[in-house]
Design a protein around this ligand. Structure first.
Ligand code: CA
Length: 244
């Protein structure tokens, strides 16, 4: 258990990739409040962009305005509920936006503790001692099948259903996020990303890229260019948070 107080540096990068006409991913970061969010929107026309931007704005608003008496996990649940409701209501009010939604993965950190949160298939990872571990569990059809032993990882990557997510923000009146407590230690690196990154790069490759002794902004550039080199089939977004 870590008792040292830590602080955080971070960088983020988003890229349209090579195949999609627009970028429906969004991210937010506040180093002042140690709040970091990545969202990957979906829906016709501009709906995906709207949903992911709304989720980031609302989550950042709630989490950066948290009062000192509110515990971080409570604020996280409130942020997710508030973002979900805002998107759901806007979709209900506008037929062109009906069905829009977004994933969300976030990291909220304090000096001695941190939490990851996710809804959908955007992921959160931790690098510690040169080993990469996925913290979040995808809310996706293929991931459920892998966990049930009905499919292996390689089949999941090739499945035509790999983009089907089983939980999203904004598509239902209520959504339950998964929240993962973390004990950050100096030297840890956290990665938040959309599936445009993990769809192109295996965890083994991610681990070797994240092992490079580079600043967060340089690591973000390496990851995005590697995903583009691998095809850039989807929008690519990553946030890297370094614990010092
Ligand atoms: Ca995506």
């Amino acid at each position: 258990m870590s008792s040292a107080l830590v602080h955080y540096t971070a960088a983020a990068l988003t890229d349209r990739g090579h195949k999609r006409p627009t970028n429906e991913d969004s991210y937010g970061l506040s180093l002042k409040h140690n709040v970091f969010v990545v969202c990957d929107g979906m829906g016709g026309a501009a709906a995906g962009e709207i949903a992911s931007a709304m989720a980031v704005d609302e989550a950042m608003r709630v989490l950066t305005q948290r009062g000192p008496e509110e515990e971080i996990p409570d604020a996280v649940r409130r942020a997710v509920a508030s973002a979900n409701e805002a998107i759901f209501r806007r979709a209900e009010a506008n037929p062109k936006l009906r069905g829009m939604g977004t994933t969300l993965v976030g990291l909220m950190a304090a000096a001695d503790q941190a939490w990851m949160v996710n809804v959908g298939d955007s992921r959160g990872y931790r690098m510690r001692d040169s080993r990469l571990a996925q913290i979040t569990v995808d809310h996706s059809l293929v991931d459920e099948q892998v966990r049930a032993g009905q499919m292996n990882e390689a089949e999941a990557r090739r499945s035509p259903l790999r983009n089907v997510i089983t939980r999203a923000l904004g598509t239902q009146p209520c959504v339950i996020p998964d929240i993962f407590p973390l004990e950050p230690e100096p030297g840890d690196l956290f990665l938040l990303c959309s599936d445009g990154l993990t769809g192109e790069l295996s965890d083994v490759l991610l681990q070797s890229l994240l092992s490079l002794d580079l600043r967060p902004e340089q690591l973000c550039e390496r990851l995005v260019s590697a995903a583009n080199l691998a095809g850039g089939h989807d929008n690519i977004t990553c946030v890297i948070v370094k614990v010092e």
